[in-house]
Ligand binder design. Structure first.
Ligand SMILES: NC(=O)c1ccc[n+]([C@@H]2O[C@H](COP(=O)([O-])OP(=O)(O)OC[C@H]3O[C@@H](n4cnc5c(N)ncnc54)[C@H](OP(=O)(O)O)[C@@H]3O)[C@@H](O)[C@H]2O)c1
Length: 233
């Protein structure tokens, strides 16, 4: 067997949780395929990858052609882990009586269809990987059981749907040897989470990486907190 470094592909790798995941995977000696919409503007990402085994790929997860181009660039390269991290909140107009339907469509395209499209396109690469894990970064706000307050229709529905996509894939592809899991990264200090959030991006990414490293096939289809605890649907 060829002796190669473990490999991971991360979407939305230029800032926030995705950038920190990238930093921690390259520091651990992984080969990282770091995807972002605008590689020329991704100075922080370039700094993180400097001196490490990392490749930056342009990727807009809401664009079929962009995903197609990424598949062409990867060819048959094995991916041990695919992390669908890229996501948007959907803006300020998502309460009853004040709904931005265009933003709702864009958010579903990005948060729900995007990960699904990428998994369809790269499934052979993941199947060829050693550990073969697909991680969808969902949100606790997508939990129906833990529902605490109204509003945020756009974001909640996109993440609840992503979690269901994860469970469906785990069921449909259970004979392919791939582990699928949806993770809540915590409330994180990023552009999306804001400065008052509980966790730094470093703390969230470290806990996520540790939980992903330890993920075993008995958790296939699980909806998990960043620390590995189960989240009720
Ligand atoms: N922060 C939190 O408290 C929190 C809580 C629960 C779940 N999450 C989830 O965690 C993930 C990471 O969030 P974050 O806090 O790191 O958010 P963030 O700081 O706002 O970063 C979002 C990332 O997604 C990328 N992105 C957005 N739309 C994209 C598209 N169409 N194609 C490719 N990339 C796209 C952004 O790229 P650009 O720079 O090009 O915009 C950016 O890299 C998201 O899925 C989010 O929903 C976050």
């Amino acid at each position: 067997m060829v002796n190669r470094a473990s490999s991971v592909l991360i979407t939305g790798a230029n800032r926030g949780v995705g950038l920190e995941l990238t930093r921690q995977y390259v520091a651990a000696g992984w080969r990282v395929h770091a995807c972002c919409r605008n590689p020329t503007g991704a100075e922080l990402l370039r700094d993180v990858l400097l001196g490490h085994d990392g490749v930056i790929h342009p990727l807009d997860v809401s664009d079929h052609q962009s995903i197609h181009d990424l598949k062409d660039a990867l060819e048959e390269e094995p991916l041990d882990v695919l992390i669908n991290n890229a996501g948007i909140f959907g803006g300020d107009h998502q309460s009853f009586g004040d709904m931005d339907y265009a933003a709702w469509a864009e958010t579903l395209e990005t948060n729900t269809f995007g990960p699904y499209r990428l998994i369809e396109a790269l499934l052979d690469n993941v199947e060829a990987g050693r550990s073969a894990k697909v991680i969808n970064i969902s949100s606790g706000m997508g939990s129906i059981t833990n529902y605490v307050r109204g509003g945020d229709y756009i974001y909640r529905t996109s993440k609840t749907a992503l979690t269901m996509v994860t469970l469906n894939l785990a069921y449909d592809l259970k004979d392919r040897g791939i582990i699928f899991a949806a993770f809540h990264p915590g409330w994180v200090q990023t552009d999306m989470g804001g400065a008052a959030a509980d966790l730094t991006a470093q703390e969230s990414a470290a806990a996520l990486k540790s939980s992903i490293d330890g993920l075993t096939s008995d958790r296939n289809g699980a909806y998990l907190n960043y620390d590995g605890a189960t989240i009720p649907w």
